[in-house]
Write a protein that binds this ligand. Structure first.
Ligand SMILES: NC(=O)c1ccc[n+]([C@@H]2O[C@H](COP(=O)([O-])OP(=O)(O)OC[C@H]3O[C@@H](n4cnc5c(N)ncnc54)[C@H](OP(=O)(O)O)[C@@H]3O)[C@@H](O)[C@H]2O)c1
Length: 259
């Protein structure tokens, strides 16, 4: 059995995705190919869930448990450790539970294709990450691993924070002329608030042209207000569905679901 843990799971992409995948691959429920939703009121209930469902082989983890699940696991993949968050768990026959971060894998693979990165050539321009929440941490580690330099724009600080190899800037201090890749990791633009977009100044939005790459982690709608602003100026754009599919496929690989 497989499944998803989180607090409120009424609209789950993963359940639909894996149920359709099992059907497509003729993997039957009697062999354990079912995907269930497990709403946990508190993360401590994870241990009860594991005890009551010995046939569980894999779980996805969503809001608000991506960090708080870590003490309940036996091992972490190196990227999950660096990011400090887990969205996929593999459960071995002997009960060993390993945590992975497939948001990282989904983002990194889709970005490499989007930028058309060639091995050992890389991307010479700097990236700007909008937002500093959970998804931003997976994006940060992926950019680090691709040797792409970056700064963050944050709505929750007033002064520039200078870290060893990146800065966190208030939106008022941002000049997009310093960047060519802009990544929205905020929920702004997500359905039903489809008219919202990251609070870059009008001047900054007007500087975006065909030399820019805009990546939006938001996947519903596909073309957010942020992406529309870039598209109409000729920028190259990519929506969050590619990452969403990529993270699910990476989880399927980790659970060794045969293709
Ligand atoms: N495509 C995928 O596969 C995928 C995977 C993971 C997440 N996502 C999407 O990514 C988005 C973020 O997820 P998350 O888990 O990182 O959420 P989160 O932890 O809540 O972080 C979002 C960050 O966005 C910024 N933000 C929030 N509201 C804002 C506002 N009104 N104005 C300006 N900035 C605001 C905040 O950063 P500052 O305080 O620094 O501004 C916040 O920390 C969601 O829409 C989620 O669906 C997509």
């Amino acid at each position: 059995m497989f499944g998803l843990i989180g607090k409120k799971l009424s609209h789950s992409f993963s359940k639909k995705y894996f149920t359709e995948k099992f059907q497509r691959l003729n993997l039957s429920a009697k062999d354990g190919y079912v995907y269930e939703l497990f709403e946990l009121k508190k993360i401590e209930d994870f241990e009860i869930l594991i005890k009551e469902n010995p046939s569980l082989r894999g779980l996805n983890v969503t809001i608000p448990y991506k960090k708080s699940i870590i003490p309940f696991l036996d091992k972490l993949a190196p990227t999950a450790e660096k990011i400090g968050a887990v969205n996929t768990i593999k459960i071995e026959k002997d009960g060993t539970k390993t945590g992975y971060n497939t948001d990282y894998i989904g983002f990194k693979n889709s970005l490499e294709a989007f930028l058309n990165l060639k091995p050992n050539v890389g991307f010479k321009e700097k990236a700007l990450i909008l937002g500093t929440g959970g998804a931003a941490q997976a994006v940060k580690v992926a950019l680090d691993d691709l040797n792409i330099t970056f700064d963050f724009a944050s709505s929750s600080i007033k002064e520039i924070q200078d870290n060893a190899h990146y800065k966190i800037l208030p939106y008022s201090e941002i000049d997009v002329a310093n960047y060519k890749l802009i990544i929205n990791t905020t929920p702004l633009g997500m359905y039903p608030n489809i008219d919202t977009f990251p609070p870059l100044s009008d001047e900054n939005y007007s500087k975006i042209d065909e030399s820019y790459f805009l990546y939006d982690l938001v996947y519903n709608p596909k073309e957010t207000a942020f992406l529309k602003k870039g598209k109409e100026k000729g920028a190259k754009i990519i929506h969050g569905l590619e990452m969403l599919h990529g993270q699910a496929e990476a989880a399927a690989d980790i659970w060794e679901i045969r293709k």
